[in-house]
Ligand binder design. Structure first.
Ligand code: NDP
Ligand SMILES: C/C=C/C(C)=O
Length: 336
């Protein structure tokens, strides 16, 4: 018998999540049935959607997120012992899973697939640049913004898991890239390491005038990770037929009431903007295509990845709160 531990959400979050909203539960795993595999978790992801989805789920629930585990025991010949596997089983140290069909577009409960061939890169990328955040950046940006060389792209949450990839993909596509992030260190990293043309600390600058100075010719594509007034300012400076991919609104995830922001209709109408929200599950059937391209860009040095690693299963909550507070540069991951 294997003893396992998992984090269970037992209360709805009220503002910033509290440790007392969770409980660590210990339990014994049953013997494997045909088709099942036993995984030992190595890497667990902490992401903003863990906060954003909380109010829509019946409690208590096991804290979902992506994780990379290694097969310890198997009753599925496709997954021999030692195979590295990505699942959506989240914050647990051991888990029994089997391959499950997920309907495209649906919340991926039970999603299980072999870690993509990372060609020697760290398996942690399976929850980051070559995982859900990677394909969010890849499909969300390329499909919805349809960037053209020479265009100006703005991305918020620019130093995070998704934003740092979006900006670099925009550079690969020949665009001018402006990022907004929450510290001078992050901005320096974006400009000096990742090749952003300009990075602006949204906590310090006047976004209206700083963006006007950085993009006097206007903005063609906006990848929106944060929402709020900052997004209204950026959308207000878009060019005719600009495209906006609305990926998230982390600036308000912990707010009890949605904040007010400047209305967008005048810009949308007179600039004929196309604004589209998305959830990355919609491209589930194409994730492997995205993974292949992302690995190839990373291996060729065109795409740089950074991780903010917290060590220890017991530290998952701290890592989660730290990410929401902006402690991470690149992808926030926990090594179990
Ligand atoms: N639609 C989809 O399918 C998906 C959407 N997302 C969304 O993408 C966004 C980025 O996710 P991800 O890359 O994983 O997370 P990040 O790695 O970017 O981490 C979250 C970051 O959000 C920033 N942040 C926190 N509070 C605020 C605030 N009040 N205003 C502006 N920025 C803030 C912090 O950076 P800083 O220091 O810059 O403030 C923090 O580091 C989120 O909105 C998430 O919900 C992610 C995956 C899929
Ligand atoms: C899958 C993630 C969704 C958001 C909104 O973060």
């Amino acid at each position: 018998m294997v003893k396992a531990k998992k984090w269970v959400v037992k209360k709805y979050f009220d503002g910033v999540p509290k440790k007392s909203d969770f409980e660590i539960v210990e339990y014994e795993l049953p013997s494997l049935k045909d088709g099942e595999i036993l995984l030992k978790t190595e890497w667990i992801s902490v992401d903003p959607y863990l906060r954003a989805y909380n109010k829509n789920l019946p409690i208590p629930y096991d804290q979902f997120s992506f994780q990379v585990g290694v097969v310890q025991e198997t009753k599925n010949p496709k997954y021999p012992v030692g195979t590295k596997v990505v699942t959506h089983e989240g914050w647990c140290d051991y888990v029994i899973v089997k391959e499950t069909q997920i309907e495209i577009g649906q919340f991926p409960k039970g999603l299980t697939y072999k870690l993509p061939d990372l060609q020697g890169l760290s398996p942690s990328l399976g929850v980051g640049a070559v995982g859900m955040p990677g394909v969010t950046a890849y499909f969300g940006f390329l499909e919805l913004c349809q960037p053209k060389a020479g265009e100006t792209v703005v991305v918020t949450g620019a130093a995070g898991a998704v934003g740092s990839l979006v900006g670099q993909i925009a550079k690969i596509k020949g665009c001018k890239v402006i990022g907004f992030a929450g510290s001078d260190e992050k901005c320096q990293w974006l400009e000096k390491e990742l090749g952003f043309d300009k990075a602006l600390n949204y906590k310090k600058v006047d976004a209206q005038s700083a963006l006007k100075a950085a993009a006097p010719q206007g903005v063609d594509c906006y990848f929106d990770n944060v929402g709020g007034e900052l997004s209204s300012v950026i959308i207000g400076q878009m060019n005719i037929r600009g495209r906006v991919a609305v990926c998230g609104s982390i600036s308000a995830y912990n707010d009890k009431q949605l904040p007010k922001a400047t209305i967008l209709q005048p810009s949308i109408v007179f600039k004929e903007l196309r604004i589209e929200g998305f959830i990355v599950w919609r491209w589930l059937g194409r994730w492997s295509e995205g993974f292949t391209q992302l690995v190839s860009w990373i291996k060729s040095g065109q795409l740089k990845t950074a991780e903010h690693t917290t060590v220890g299963f017991d530290k998952l909550f701290d890592a989660f709160i730290g990410m929401l507070a902006g402690e991470n540069t690149g992808k926030a991951v926990v090594q179990v």
